[in-house]
Design a protein around this ligand. Sequence first.
Ligand SMILES: N[C@@H](CCC(=O)N[C@@H](CS)C(=O)NCC(=O)O)C(=O)O
Length: 358
Amino acid sequence: MIVYGSEYSYFTGKFEAYLRYKEIPYVRRPLGLTLYAWRLPRLLGAAQLPTVQLPDGRWMTDTTPMIAWLEDRHPEPPILPSDPLQRLVALLIEDFGDEWLWRPAMHYRWSFAEDRRLLSGRLSRELVRAPLPLALRRRWFARRQRRLFVTGDGVDARTRPHVEAAYRRVLDILDPVFAERPFLFGERPTIADIGLFGPMFRHFALDPTPARLMRNRAPSVFEWVARMWNARAVRIGGRPLAEGVPADLEPLLAEAGETHLPMLAANALAHASGRAHHDFTVQGVTYRSVPTSRYRVWALARLRDAYLGLGAADAAAAAELLGRAGCLDPLLSVDELDSGHDAEGSAPFSRVSRMVRD
Ligand SMILES: N[C@@H](CCC(=O)N[C@@H](CS)C(=O)NCC(=O)O)C(=O)O
């Protein structure tokens, strides 16, 4: 398969971690201007990184359903825990990595001069291959990213301390976990590790400012990033997972219950009432006028369905754990979760639902 993406992209990194773990052969190519602005919008309605072309010519996108689709074809060893409660928590952590840590990752890359300079150069050299001076391309790229993903996503002088504290808190929660064991649930990676890897690898571990924080504050997380990149199922896929949900993951669930899930719930309410932008308040901080996302409604529905699909005994245990962590209310608070994304149920071959457009 050809993975059109970027060497510096969040979701390309997440997807590559999975392919490398399973040793599924692929080549990565830059998703350049022609694909971005011309071919993919015609094929899939919009473009995002990564977008994959399979050997049979089909195109697919969105890492979460792509990994689920590949997992059906490469089931051994499974990346999803067989214990239903662990599986639900792992999917929740995957989505926390996908959707909640996105904002701090973009903020650190595009709000700090050193990071912005480095990454606008790298990304415009890789992706914006136009016959224009590099200085012009990088200025255009940096401005676009800041406008769409920082100032346009509710990050301002008022919310900035909270965005940065969110990253530090996750480092502080994860550092003792990875000092204790190699992966979140035990001796081998699960979808939870793959999901957290998106922000942690290509952004937090490699962009200068958050990487410095990670090295100094959470060296065990830094070590896990390298371990995850080097993990191969043939070597470690048979190793055991912990029993149940380890107690040291509960603070991460509590963080998701205070931030990620209320954000998804506010987004779902805004979507149901047809608002293109909305405000949401988490941990006492209000983010204003963030774009409403169909994809995030779909993501919340998927988590809720995973919870509602549990058998009686697992459902009781999940209600207890998620209730204690403050996740249950925001998970169930919105009745109307008709996202319109992937209406035919054909993901990862469905059309793209982008949160923002140029
Ligand atoms: N839900 C998608 C998200 C993909 C995504 O948002 N990728 C980012 C780059 S890492 C992107 O394409 N952003 C749009 C842009 O920069 O124009 C997934 O799981 O792959």
